[in-house]
Every structure is written in C-alpha cells, then in structure tokens.
Design a protein around this ligand. Structure first.
Ligand code: FDA
Length: 389
C-alpha cells in the first residue's frame, strides 16, 4: 500500500495533523478508539487550551524551540476552530478553557475534520519495522492478523509519551527516533503526584488548601491536596515537573505572608482561644490538628509571644518536605523529555537530517504546564507538520 503521509498515533496531535495534511493520509493507532486521552482529560471536559499560552509555560532542553509552532498556530486559532463547531466552552481558572459539555465534542470535531480531509483511520492496528527506502518510508502494518507493507513519502510519529501505559502509551516514538539515529533526552513522569513514606499524610487524605509549592527553583500558587500516599493537587503536579529525586520541595501554607499578622490581631481580641482552634480558622480542621502535632503547638493565643507567632508563620511559610518519589508513569499526565529538539526543525517538526520524518506532540522534548498547555502544543506542533507537506 502506498500513501503520501502515514501518521502513527490518533491522539490529539495525530488527529489534528491528519485533519490538515494535504494528499493521501493514512492514520494508524493500536487503540480501540481515537483520542482516548482527550476523552478523559479535564475530568471529561477537556482543558483544550490556555488563554495565556506562550513558550514560557513549557519545559525543554531548548526553551526557544516551541516558540515558532506556538506562534503560527495559537490558542486563538484553536478557539476559533472550536467556535466554528459550536462547541460551548468556559474559562475555569488561570486562562484554562474547558468544554461546557464533554471532551467527546473535541474528538468528534477532529474526526469530522479528518473525514472531510479524506484521511483514513485504521484502529486496532500496529506498525513495526520502520525503514527508509528509495520510495520513502516503509513499515509493516498489522490489522486483524493481516500484515500489509506500507510505503509513505512522509512519516509522522504522533504516539505520545509513556504516561498511563494502561491507556496504550508506549515508547514507540523514542524507538523510531533511535532507529533513525535521532537523540532522545532522558524522560521522566511529570505533572504527577508526590509520594511520601507510608502513612505520612494518610490521616489528611482528601484535605485541600491553597498553597505555594516550589521545586527546582520554580514556585506555583494553586491548590494542594493531601492523598493517602502523599501530595497532589494542581500546585504539586506543576512543581513535580521541576523536581528531581532526593531533592526537597518547599511548601508554603502562608503564600500571602499574612498569617503572623492575623494571629497577632486575633490574640488581641480572643487571647483565650486555643492556638489550634485559631489555626482551624485559616486551614481545614484536620490540617490544623496535624500542624499542631507536627510543630508541638500548645496553649492559648495569649500564651504566644510575637516571636513565637512569627516563628510559626515562618515555619508554615517554609515547610521543607522530602518526597520519597512520585506516582510514576502510572499516574503522570505527561512525559517530560523526548525526541531532542536539536534533531528537529522548529518550523516543521521534521527531522533535520531525514527529510519526510516528523515527530509531533508529547513525543517531542516539549512539555507544558498543567492547564491546557499540552494540548495547545499537540495542536500547534501538528499544524507545523501538516503545513510543511
Ligand atoms: P496522545 O497520548 O494523545 O496520543 C498518542 C496516540 O498514539 C494514542 O492514541 C495511542 O493509542 C497511540 N499509540 C501509542 N503507542 C502506539 C503504538 N505503539 N502503535 C500505535 N499507536 C500507538 N493536557 C491538556 O492540555 N489539558 C488537559 O486537560 C489534560 N488532561 C489530561 C488528563 C490525563 C489523565 C492525562 C493522562 C493527560 C492529560 N493531558 C492534558 C495531557 C494530554 O493528554 C497530552 O499531552 C496529549 O494527549 C498529547 O497528545 P499526543 O497526540 O502527543 O499523544
């Protein structure tokens, strides 16, 4: 079988690319349905982009690499596409745009665009033995036990990263890259909860509080969520992308630096109130109890000197914690790292030394923050490759 472009992976990037690539387009995915991560994203409502998307919200060995694609296909372009399809959306917080209805509307939109573009989608199909011959790229495609040799002028790898293997994530993109001699950076789970030694926070599971979490010199002010195994919530997921094994994370439960003054003011008014009772005005009760135990707090507000209240606020503002690890690829929203950006054209996502070979989406060493940035990268990198044909 011959085709102009073969796209491996019918996730966010692969579908977007198939929808806009001219010529004969063949899409292959081993899953039963396309866009499975879109379907489950954003709690089923898909946080499909971010109004404040720019290259600063991405991690990569080359922080400039994403600029070109993001500038040529922006969040406003995707919003206008979503609007054309009449998909209702809203901003939840921090520029994060979600469908009012269901993430399935985004999948249906991409499938419709693919169909209008004449792309052929083969699900429950595998591809292997990638090579480059005189007529283009060749590989063996197997479906329902039948194997066909495919020759394609262009080969686009859009198989994503390693996160959530249960949903069909594989390292295929990295294998193909290495096969063609392209460098792959170290990869690690990102946007992932931290784990702590057993039982450390189990009694706080379900408690949420606003916090600032910093790791590797980058801080995020968002919600923190205690889990049976450790820490999660948006602030933690964001910080996890900057964390390395063995390093501490800094937690501030006083990100606005207002606690000390508030405690002193309250001491004036209700000096006989227990310190832990007062803390429960600022934090969920279970967390206030935990803080009291952890820091050995006792007595009434009136028993505390200015220095003691300041010391408490300082400790809560700079609480050093040492995660034992993360929940790994099993729970990571994305994979940090991937195909080295040194190997690719930032204009087209094509391998610099292998004309016709493209890598798009999460497979590339470009990883966004939480909040719609990763989908925007999938759309933008896909469009860069589609427009290059
Ligand atoms: P993606 O993973 O979407 O697609 C890869 C495709 O390749 C899949 O269809 C897979 O089956 C296929 N494939 C893999 N290996 C193959 C092989 N060997 N052979 C054939 N096919 C193969 N981002 C965001 O911006 N907003 C959000 O709300 C969320 N929410 C979210 C929730 C959860 C639970 C997760 C796990 C992730 C998110 N993300 C997110 C991240 C986002 O889902 C992710 O960045 C994009 O889906 C990446 O798009 P890709 O197309 O690159 O890979």
């Amino acid at each position: 079988m011959r085709t102009d472009t073969a796209i491996i992976g019918a996730g966010a990037a692969g579908m977007m690319c198939a929808a806009h690539t001219p010529g004969r387009v063949l899409v292959i995915d081993h899953a039963q349905a396309p866009g499975e991560k879109i379907r489950i994203s954003g709690g089923g409502r898909c946080n499909f982009t971010n109004m404040y998307c720019d290259a600063q919200s991405f991690l990569s060995e080359n922080p400039h690499f994403a600029k070109s694609a993001l500038a040529r296909y922006t969040q406003w372009d995707f919003i206008s596409l979503v609007d054309q399809y009449g998909i209702a959306w809203h901003e939840k917080t921090l520029g994060q745009l979600f469908c009012d209805g269901s993430a399935k509307e985004i999948i249906a939109m991409l499938l419709d665009l693919m169909q209008k573009n004449g792309a052929i989608l083969n699900l429950q199909t595998t591809a292997r033995d990638f090579a480059k011959g005189p007529d283009g790229f060749t590989f063996a495609m197997t479906r329902e036990g039948r194997t066909t040799q495919v020759t394609a002028k262009n080969l686009v790898i859009a198989t994503g990263g390693k996160s959530i293997p249960k949903m069909g994530a594989t390292g295929l993109a990295y294998d193909v890259a290495r096969r063609f001699g392209l460098r792959v950076t170290d990869t690690r789970p990102a946007l992932v909860p931290f784990t702590f030694p057993e039982g450390r926070f189990a009694h706080l599971a379900g408690v949420a509080a606003p916090a600032r979490i910093s790791a590797g010199g980058t801080a995020f002010d968002e919600a923190l969520l205690f889990t049976h195994r450790g820490l999660s919530g948006p602030a933690v997921l964001q910080a996890s992308s900057y964390w390395r094994e063995g390093e501490p994370v800094m937690l501030s439960l006083d990100p606005e630096n207002t606690l000390s003054e508030a405690l002193r003011a309250q001491r004036q008014q209700s000096g006989r109130r227990k310190l832990v009772t007062e803390l429960a005005q600022h934090y969920p009760a279970r967390l206030a109890d935990h803080i009291a135990t952890e820091f050995g707090l006792a007595g009434n507000l009136a028993d505390q000197s200015d220095a003691q209240l300041q010391d408490l606020a300082d400790r809560l503002g700079n609480w050093e914690m040492l995660p034992s690890g993360t929940e790994g690829y099993r729970k990571a929203e994305v994979t940090l790292g991937g195909i080295s950006t040194d190997e690719l054209s930032s204009q087209t996502m094509a391998a610099k030394d292998i004309p016709g070979l493209y890598f798009i989406g999460e497979a590339v060493d470009v990883t966004g923050w939480l909040g719609g940035y990763n989908f925007q990268w999938a759309w933008a990198s896909a469009m860069a490759a589609a427009r290059a044909k």
